[in-house]
Design a protein around this ligand. Structure first.
Ligand SMILES: [Zn+2]
Length: 194
């Protein structure tokens, strides 16, 4: 169900990506927060002409190792380090230099970064909800402009797995010149074709 919901707004891309994702989060915030699985990240990727858009959605656990608000200095340092890594998407996503991609915009969002958590008031009404404990996600959305998009042959996520080893797999929805595909990638098979 989650995949299908992701795929539908995704089909309206590329320019609507941010808007569609926002609507998705808003409409399904309860389900998406309760349903996230530690170790599993999600990535939407769209290559359209010279524009590449990447949207990484991950349980905070995969990236920082916890999901509570950072309280100790050690926690805060960890969050800051992860944020810094996410702010270097050209490295993180290993985009080939030959493609000439530059970051046109990027946005990071997480309760751990001080953003307002998604409202989930109805969680509180059901103390028996097994997902009642606090889950937090980190969402990163990037738009690149690439002068030579033909050089983007593969999307190689190896650096994501290297940088965030608690990530076991990433469910990728990709739209590129050869159409739309849904692929689950792991550290051992971290690349897929555009
Ligand atoms: Zn969680």
């Amino acid at each position: 169900m989650r995949r299908l919901l992701l795929a539908l707004p995704f089909a309206m891309l590329p320019l609507a990506v941010a808007h569609a994702a926002d609507e998705h989060d808003h409409d399904h915030e309860h389900g998406s927060l309760g349903a996230h699985e530690h170790g599993v990240g999600r990535l939407n990727a769209v290559l359209d002409g010279q524009t590449l858009e990447l949207e990484l959605e991950s349980p905070a656990m995969n990236l920082v190792g916890f999901e509570h608000a950072a309280a100790t200095d050690a926690d805060k340092a960890k969050v800051a380090a992860v944020r810094s890594q996410l702010e270097k998407p050209l490295t993180l996503f290993n985009l080939p230099t030959a493609a000439g991609c530059g970051v046109a915009s990027q946005k990071l969002q997480s309760p751990l970064f001080g953003d307002k958590p998604d409202a989930d008031d109805d969680h509180d009404k059901d103390a028996k909800d097994e997902h009642h404990h606090d889950h937090s996600e980190i969402h990163a959305r990037y738009q690149f402009t690439c002068t030579t998009p033909a050089a983007l042959k593969n999307l190689d996520l190896a650096n994501i797995f290297n940088t965030f080893p608690a990530t076991q797999k990433i469910q990728v929805q990709l739209i590129g010149p050869s159409g739309q595909q849904g692929v689950e990638v792991t550290a051992k098979a971290a690349a897929l074709k555009f």
